[in-house]
Design a protein. Structure first.
Length: 133
């Protein structure tokens, strides 16, 4: 029962996340954003954020799923990158001072969600040179 149920807040925030997913590089990169406003609107808490980074990577044909999440009342964001074996999440995150494993890595950055998204897309152009963002 513990693993089969979700709080109402979790279901609501998943709906907002899913409706705001953006796709890039021939739909092989999916970016999810979670703002403080979304958290407040849905009543989601830290407990509701468990494994939230898996959402963008669960989309069919996505090779890199990225979650950008605002933290607290600051411009700081937490970024989680999940990739297929052909792309190094660690190498992507290392460019921002983060790290992790080959297929799961992350970093935090003092910037807005939109600023981070643009910086990530610039880095990903090197990973997907033949596709348009």
């Amino acid at each position: 029962m513990l693993f089969r149920s979700k709080s109402r807040a979790r279901v609501k925030i998943e709906g907002l996340i899913n409706s705001g997913l953006s796709f890039h590089f021939g739909d092989t990169v999916c970016i999810a954003t979670i703002t403080n406003a979304m958290m407040a609107e849905t009543g989601a808490t830290e407990d509701d954020m468990a494994d939230i980074a898996a959402i963008p990577g669960s989309v069919e044909d996505v090779n890199a799923g990225i979650t950008i999440r605002e933290l607290g009342g600051t411009d700081e964001c937490k970024v989680s990158v999940r990739t297929s074996p052909s792309i190094s999440a660690h190498d992507i995150c290392k460019k921002f001072g983060g790290g992790g494993h080959a297929m799961a890595a992350g970093f935090s950055l003092d910037a807005t969600v939109s600023e981070i998204k643009e910086k990530l897309l610039d880095v990903l152009r090197g990973v997907f040179p033949d596709a348009t963002a």
